[in-house]
Design a protein around this ligand. Structure first.
Ligand code: 3PG
Ligand code: MG
Length: 355
């Protein structure tokens, strides 16, 4: 795999570079009734690569998804508010003096004309990839239409690199490609955790996405104990390996299923406090609706253990920020699902596709 850091910047002078970023951020209505970005961390993560490329004189075309839209165009899932946030951040943090352009279509003639307008060192963000079914279906025709927009492909989206989608695994087969600066860092950090963790190592996995259980089943050799919260204990019945393992502890939920019950929280705390490495992947209660009791108790126990604490995923990060614990975390990965898949296999489909 080629890394952007190994290239001379002059290679990119004038090139149209497609950069897959993960701007899947939460949006919320502001005072003016407009949707605005709640947490800009994922946008910030893309800035080192953007700076490298604009200083090199590249024409930068950004590709991202946002949420899981069910139809072709849905303003709730538009990336337009992200373009606005990116404008502010890029201006302040990397000295970007131009305007970030936003194309309301992701592919097609209109988009092509937007890419033609790009000056050297300018950035264009395209509308949500998932407005097209070809993205998640990894449709080769869709990938080709994306590839037409540029001459080079960079993946700087660790948090979506576990998805076999057109912009993640299809595009790098069609264009010369490289890993972005942030992706490279995430791979290096997680590889050293994977190869050399201090033990005992405890995984605390929450949230609602069932695919986390799939990744967890492949981590039984690596982890010493696996504690499950969120809605995962409710979804575990099909996962025989997890049910049979003595290392796995599905938590008991409160009656309304919004959090772990008190007894589980106390039991889990006792285990976590003895760990030398703790991996946090997902809040263990419905923090979106303000149910922080279990998440607070377990995240605080992880920090109190004095061990190495790793956290992954947008919701986990948001919860840590809200609980004012974020500064005590030793390493933060940008994606929870991607982090677990990487720790299970030592690689991800999006990383393999760059080879
Ligand atoms: C995430 O937020 O975990 C990534 O952006 C991937 O999103 P997805 O789970 O909808 O594929
Ligand atoms: Mg997420």
């Amino acid at each position: 795999m080629k890394a952007l850091s190994s290239f001379s910047p002059s290679v990119f002078d004038g090139l149209r570079v497609l950069v897959r970023v993960d701007y899947n951020v939460s949006l919320k209505e502001n005072d003016k009734g407009e949707l605005a970005v709640v947490d800009d961390e994922r946008i910030r993560l893309s800035l080192p690569t953007l700076r490298f490329l604009i200083e090199a004189g590249a024409r930068v075309i950004l590709l991202s998804h946002l949420g899981r839209p069910q139809k072709e165009s849905d303003s709730q899932f538009s990336l337009a508010p992200v373009a606005q946030k990116l404008n502010e951040l890029a201006f302040g943090l990397i000295g970007y003096k131009k305007k970030i352009l936003f194309s309301p279509k992701t592919i097609g003639n209109l988009t092509q004309s937007w890419t033609k307008k790009l000056e050297k060192g300018q950035i264009l963000l395209l509308e949500n990839l998932r407005f097209y079914s070809g993205e998640e279906d990894n449709d080769p025709v869709f990938a080709k239409r994306l590839a037409k927009l540029g001459n080079f492909y960079i993946n700087d989206a660790f948090s979506v690199s576990h998805r076999k989608h057109a912009s993640v695994v299809g595009l790098p087969k069609l264009l010369p490609s490289a890993s972005g600066l942030t992706l490279e860092k995430e791979i290096n950090s997680l590889t050293s955790l994977l190869n050399n963790p201090a033990r005992p190592l405890i995984l605390v996995i929450g949230g609602v996405k069932e695919d986390k259980l799939e990744f967890t089943s492949q981590m039984l050799d690596w982890a010493d104990q696996i504690l499950l919260g969120g809605l995962l204990p409710e979804k575990i019945s099909g996962f025989t390996k997890l049910l049979e393992s003595k290392k796995v502890f599905p938590g008991r939920l409160t009656k309304d299923k919004q959090d772990l019950d008190k007894q589980t929280i106390a039991n889990f705390r006792k285990k976590i406090i003895q760990a030398k490495t703790v991996v946090l992947a997902g809040p263990v209660g419905n923090t979106d609706q303000g149910h922080y009791r279990g998440t607070r108790a377990l995240f605080e126990a992880a920090i109190a253990s004095g061990g190495f604490v790793v956290a992954g995923g947008g919701d986990t990060q948001a919860a840590l920020t809200r609980l004012e614990l974020i500064d005590s975390i030793n390493y933060i990965a940008s994606g929870g699902g991607a982090m677990l898949d990487f720790l299970a296999k030592g690689t991800l489909p999006g990383i393999e596709a760059l080879k």
